[in-house]
Design a protein around this ligand. Structure first.
Ligand SMILES: [Zn+2]
Length: 510
């Protein structure tokens, strides 16, 4: 019996290995940088007379790049061997960083492998923190290496992993193993099986290994171990909002909700979540200040992922956003449509009252995040695409718009997706601003994002023309990653073709 089960598991393991290798090959082929995809790096590349956004220069300057480094933000005389881009009238922004992506996930394995990566690059995203499930870490690490070598069309990738194991010892071992393999931090999943002891062990092990931790906490343990408890135990930052309001409750550990009918399903959970922030200590009250100041003292990072919950406050608007028509892949769309089958497709029976509650909820949550930034706290932008109508690239830009709604200036919103995120990823000496010595990761736009963050959207926005007609303008023109120039519009055309082909195939099947 035992021998048979070992043999069976060996065969199973080999099958898994063969499938994984075949899929890895498929990913390699689809994402590989082919002729005409990305140009460079160059011995010397000059972005001539560019308007640099966020820098100290007020007049247009030349951004000089050698190989993959910025070597000058100045004026130079080009040599015949230089590659020169005439950047007059163009706006250059540090490449954006999305601190919350999963390049491979169970929900969207059927997406073409290059779909997400191209959408991200096309929105000027040059670095992503990939929050991987433990079993997908090696895969993500391989892509990280390939991206670093510029052999695939992809942003720079930094791999964070969740942990695995049932006991504190197993959890510690999984973190040691992740660390050994080159994982940067313990992210997203963390330990979520309502296991406070496991969470404490994970944070302790991460501390010993000097690994960063940035978690998606789970509500099940919020009464015993809220976000502030986790910060005290060593958690460096958090995505979303779970377990944060619980740190702000006055006189009790758990929020209260009206009597609910039926089982506690995802729909009900999110309807209740919209009624969460109104129960916590009001903005600028003693407890609210005290909790905020302790997070500040601990140099804690908040990554609110505002846009991933937006459908809760405006389902029709979010589910009919402009960009779905050309860029929403049917594989994703299928998981978004409300119903009992999808993972987070709980927006059925969603009422006007639910939306109003969520709008009010956002106001209080945004007030906290905005004030945290005002007091010098680190707030970073992450989009968590692939859920609740949030798509790759678009979701990060929508996050910037929502940070602006929270009270950030446009420059502060851009900082959240550049220098602040770079600090969060421990890469501030390499990326996050346009400075001599940093890597050449840049986004180049035709419209000034300081006037309108929507300038980043691939779909642009309608602009009135001199002849009285309106036309869509905007979007990133070039994304430069590691000194390699990508034509953002060409990447978008590839994505639009993938989406069109998939829809046609779907119609053919029906
Ligand atoms: Zn999450």
């Amino acid at each position: 019996m035992r021998v048979r089960s070992i043999a069976a598991s060996w065969v199973g393991g080999m099958l898994l290995l063969v499938t994984t290798l075949a899929m890895a090959q498929q990913w390699q082929d689809a994402t590989a940088r082919k002729a005409g995809q990305g140009d460079g790096p160059f011995q010397r590349l000059i972005l001539q007379q560019a308007t640099v956004v966020g820098g100290s220069a007020s007049a247009p300057v030349d951004v000089v790049i050698e190989n993959n480094r910025i070597v000058g933000v100045t004026r130079v005389q080009p040599k015949p061997s230089d590659r020169v881009i005439d950047a007059r009238g163009l706006y250059v922004v540090p490449g954006l960083i999305d601190s919350h992506v999963r390049i491979i996930d169970a929900g969207y394995e059927a997406l073409p492998p290059d779909y997400a990566l191209k959408l991200l690059l096309a929105h000027g995203v040059t670095t992503i923190a990939s929050m991987q499930n433990f079993d997908k870490v090696d895969w993500a690490l391989r892509m990280q290496q390939q991206s670093a070598a510029n052999t695939i069309v992809a942003p720079r990738i930094q791999v964070w992993s969740d942990v695995s194991g049932e006991s504190p010892e197993e959890i510690r071992a999984s973190i040691r193993s992740a660390h050994q393999r080159g994982v940067f931090g313990i992210g997203e999943g963390g330990v979520y099986k309502d296991d406070v002891e496991g969470m404490r062990a994970a944070l302790d092990e991460a501390r010993k290994l000097k690994m960063r931790s940035h978690w998606h906490m789970y509500g099940g343990t919020a009464a015993q171990f809220n976000a502030l408890d986790a910060a005290r135990a060593g958690l460096g930052g958090m995505a979303h909002w779970y377990c944060l309001p619980e740190a702000l409750l006055e006189g009790r550990a758990s929020p209260q909700y009206p009597e609910s009918k039926g089982p506690r399903d995802t729909r009900l959970r999110f309807a209740q979540a919209g009624r969460l922030w109104k129960q916590v200590a009001p903005p600028h009250s003693a407890l609210w200040n005290q909790v905020m100041n302790e997070f500040l003292a601990r140099d804690f990072t908040f990554e609110p992922t505002f846009s991933v919950y937006e459908a809760h406050r405006d389902y029709m608007g979010v589910s009919r956003a402009d960009w779905h028509e050309a860029y929403l892949h049917p594989v994703l769309e299928k998981t978004f449509i409300p119903g009992k089958t999808g993972r987070f497709s709980h927006l059925y029976d969603w009422t006007s009252t639910d939306e109003v509650e969520w709008r009010n909820n956002y106001r209080l949550w945004m007030t906290f995040i905005n004030e945290y930034k005002n007091r010098g706290g680190r707030v970073v932008a992450g989009s968590d695409p692939g859920f609740m109508w949030v798509n790759f690239g678009f979701g990060l830009i929508r996050n910037l718009e929502m940070l602006q709604e929270a009270g950030f200036t446009i420059q502060q919103a851009l900082d959240a997706a550049t220098i602040k995120s770079a600090e969060h990823l421990g890469m501030q000496s390499q990326i996050g601003s346009i400075e001599v010595g940093k890597l050449a990761d840049l986004a180049i736009l035709e419209r000034d994002p300081r006037e309108d963050l929507k300038a980043f959207y691939a779909t642009g926005t309608l602009q009135l023309q001199p002849d009285g007609t309106t036309r869509r303008t905007g979007g990133v023109k070039y994304t430069i990653k590691d000194g390699v120039i990508y034509d953002a519009k060409a990447l978008l055309a590839d994505v639009a073709n993938m989406v069109r082909d998939a829809r046609e195939a779907q119609r053919g099947v029906q």
